[in-house]
Design a protein around this ligand. Sequence first.
Ligand code: NAG
Ligand code: NAG
Length: 66
Amino acid sequence: MKFFTIFTALLIAIVSVNAVAPDADSACRCPNNCSHKNGSSCKFFQDGNVLDGSCGDGNGGLTCQV
Ligand SMILES: *[C@@H]1O[C@H](CO)[C@@H](O)[C@H](O)[C@H]1NC(C)=O
Ligand SMILES: *[C@@H]1O[C@H](CO)[C@@H](O)[C@H](O)[C@H]1NC(C)=O
């Protein structure tokens, strides 16, 4: 039972990390998001919220801008 709970929590964590990038940079950059370009839409976590934006110049490369 305990193992199952941990497994489920882990699975949810993996799935949610896949859905939304942990920060603005990885939402638009390699190795995570090499296919994103200038203007691609992106999502990332900030202060516990999911922010929607588009990829653009900043922070030394492509970054997700809201
Ligand atoms: C993204 O687009 C802007 C405005 O069109 C441009 O100034 C900038 O150089 C581009 N950046 C990249 C990384 O292509
Ligand atoms: C790639 O970008 C999408 C949209 O911004 C994001 O949901 C996803 O988590 C990113 N992938 C990684 C591995 O960060």
